[in-house]
Design a binder for this molecule. Structure first.
Ligand code: HEC
Length: 104
């Protein structure tokens, strides 16, 4: 699979800004889940052949942190992806850190 990530620069910055002080959710786990369960469908549905672009498209649905949590929960329950609540939190953390960058 081919990855074109303008976020290669932004991610380290986001990591610096968000700090490591909080009892952080496992962002790596969130990323692994996104790649395993979410990426392929998003790539197909957007027609971009890039599953990250659904999170960064200009007309994206998610406008704030609460909405992000809702969307992740919705995709999880509606599609019966069987994520545990901790996994859901990890995915939310990953998506926010990598793409949305809301203040929780
Ligand atoms: C079977 C297909 C499918 C799978 C699997 C899937 N999604 Fe989605 N997801 C969609 C579609 C379609 C949309 C766009 C909905 C829309 O535009 O109203 C979407 C939209 C989203 C959005 C909102 C993007 C925006 O516009 O800002 C988030 C967040 C999201 N999905 C998270 C996830 C997560 C996390 C997973 C995996 C745990 C997942 N989705 C798995 C089909 C899927």
């Amino acid at each position: 699979m081919k990855f074109v990530t303008p976020n290669a620069i932004l991610l380290p910055m986001a990591m610096l800004l968000s700090g490591i002080a909080h009892a952080a959710p496992n962002v790596q786990n969130g990323k692994a889940i996104d790649q395993a369960k979410c990426y392929a469908c998003h790539a197909k549905k957007t027609g971009f052949s890039n599953g990250d672009m659904i999170y960064t498209r200009s007309d994206r649905k998610v406008k704030d942190y609460a909405r992000l949590k809702t969307m992740v929960a919705m995709c999880n329950t509606e599609l019966r992806l069987d994520m545990f609540p901790e996994d859901e939190a990890d995915v939310v953390a990953y998506l926010n850190k990598q793409f949305y960058k809301f203040k929780p």
